[in-house]
Write a protein that binds this ligand. Structure first.
Ligand SMILES: Cc1cc2nc3c(=O)[nH]c(=O)nc-3n(C[C@H](O)[C@H](O)[C@H](O)COP(=O)(O)OP(=O)(O)OC[C@H]3O[C@@H](n4cnc5c(N)ncnc54)[C@H](O)[C@@H]3O)c2cc1C
Length: 406
């Protein structure tokens, strides 16, 4: 037999392609082995590989979801604690806290704040009103200032600007970071900049080498300028914090916040037809695929949940959904906070379209499909049965809420 080592390009391709059904089978059996030159090699892609900081870096095996692989015992990893006992300066982040929780955009900003804070600075998060978040520490918050009070709740940009001015006076942050978003930060940041008389850097997607680069010219051009004190940053401006734990020490304002003479009265949220929301802007999408057998029930469930409807290409090609509802590479790339995939297998073209979604819920018969591997929560079973149960659960929840209110 010849000594020539023959390569199998297909096997190598499958080993690299984590979405291929045979991917796991093509991984080396050991995590560590000695290479031909005596160097210990490590398989970073192996299931549950623990990185140098004790973090389980890549686990796309589906073992942590309801996948075909037997559920492995969760590994509790204590992240190293990052402490800043006496901050030399502050980088202040004002997260949007949509729904009372940090959004992925907020987390990107906290990642950027840590880039700017280095080892001497502390990241201070300013949060308005009540919140439901309990992961400030792992998201990278060194100090947490909660501005409580009725006056800050709802749509109150003028009062919030007053709050931020008080924070500015007390902490004099080196930089202010707000998400340049429609959900609040974009407007609040611009109002705050006007109040301070400072020119903000807007739609910033990169801060590097003392320069920040933002989108300009209807999104067709980049504008580079020295790093501004007030930065309104786009989503994905930096990697979120993932390898450290932070103190999230509560801090308070030493003075009370002046009441603004509000010229705005918040009349509350206006009900909109979820079907009228453009797919790219929808926050809650209920998407159906080839595994939906009862489309009337699907529409009923979407209406009960108040979600915007989406679909896989197969559902569109089969005529069950309109073309403008297609999610994916050749449809719309969506950015929902919650994406529910009913009977969708998770083909790569579909997964590309939901890459920016915060939380994915999969309803599917096949526990080993790629959508289940991508999902944060999976329900394994027959779609019609699960949708019926979902409608009942929503009705029960609403009735209970009505009874409590009465
Ligand atoms: C160039 C190109 C571009 C494409 N662009 C897109 C795109 O933009 N968007 C897109 O979606 N696709 C796109 N596709 C198609 C894509 O490759 C897949 O074919 C498609 O996404 C599959 O749709 P599906 O998951 O609904 O169907 P299937 O792959 O048939 O999956 C159906 C799923 O439903 C589950 N199921 C079946 N019965 C039930 C039941 N009773 N209850 C619960 N679950 C059940 C099955 O387990 C399976 O996981 C593109 C393809 C190409 C070649």
């Amino acid at each position: 037999m010849s000594d020539i080592i023959r390569r199998d390009p297909r096997a190598e391709w499958i080993a690299r392609n984590r979405l291929h059904p045979l991917h796991a089978a093509m991984q080396p059996a050991q995590h560590n082995w000695m290479g031909p030159n005596g160097i210990i090699r490590k398989n970073l892609h192996g299931i549950g590989f623990i990185g140098p900081n004790g973090i389980k870096r890549i686990d796309r095996s589906g073992a942590q979801q309801g996948g075909a692989v037997k559920r492995s015992a969760a590994v509790e990893v204590q992240l190293p604690l990052h402490q800043v006992p006496a901050p030399a300066f502050y980088i202040t982040v004002v997260p949007d806290m949509v729904g009372g929780r940090l959004s992925s955009h907020d987390r990107d900003l906290l990642g950027l704040a840590h880039q700017l804070a280095g080892t001497d600075g502390a990241v201070l998060a300013v949060v308005f009103g009540e919140h439901k978040e309990n992961a400030f520490a792992t998201a990278g918050v060194d100090r947490l200032l909660v501005l409580e009070g009725e006056e800050f709740s709802g749509y109150a940009p003028e009062q919030r600007v007053q709050g931020l001015r008080a924070v500015d006076n007390q902490f004099n942050p080196r930089h202010w970071l707000l998400p340049d978003s429609r959900s609040g930060g974009g407007e609040l940041g611009r109002r705050f900049a006007a109040a301070l008389g400072e020119r903000p850097a807007t739609r910033v997607w990169q801060v590097k080498d003392q320069e920040c680069i933002g989108r300009a010219g209807a999104g067709l051009q980049d504008l580079a300028r020295p790093v501004a004190r007030l930065i309104l940053a786009a989503a994905e401006c930096a990697e979120p914090v993932s390898e450290t734990r932070h103190e999230a020490l509560p801090v308070e304002l030493s003075t009370s916040v002046a009441r603004s003479l509000s010229r705005i009265e918040d009349l509350g949220a206006v009900a909109v037809d979820p079907a009228a929301i453009p797919m790219a802007e929808a926050e809650f999408i209920f998407s159906g695929g080839n595994g939906v057998k009862d489309w009337q029930l699907f529409h009923q469930t979407a209406a009960a949940l108040g979600a915007t409807e989406g679909a896989s290409r197969v559902a569109v090609d089969d005529g069950f959904m309109a073309r403008d509802r297609q999610v994916g590479a050749s449809g719309t790339w969506v950015t929902a906070r919650v994406y529910v995939a009913v009977g969708i297998s998770g083909a790569i073209q579909h997964l590309q379209g939901i890459g920016a979604c915060d939380k994915v819920v999969a309803i599917n018969l096949d526990p080993g499909c790629d959508m289940i591997k991508r999902a944060d929560l999976s329900v394994i079973g027959e779609s019609a049965e699960i949708l019926r149960a979902l409608i009942e659960a929503v009705a029960a929840y609403r009735n209970e809420a009505k009874r409590d209110a009465a």
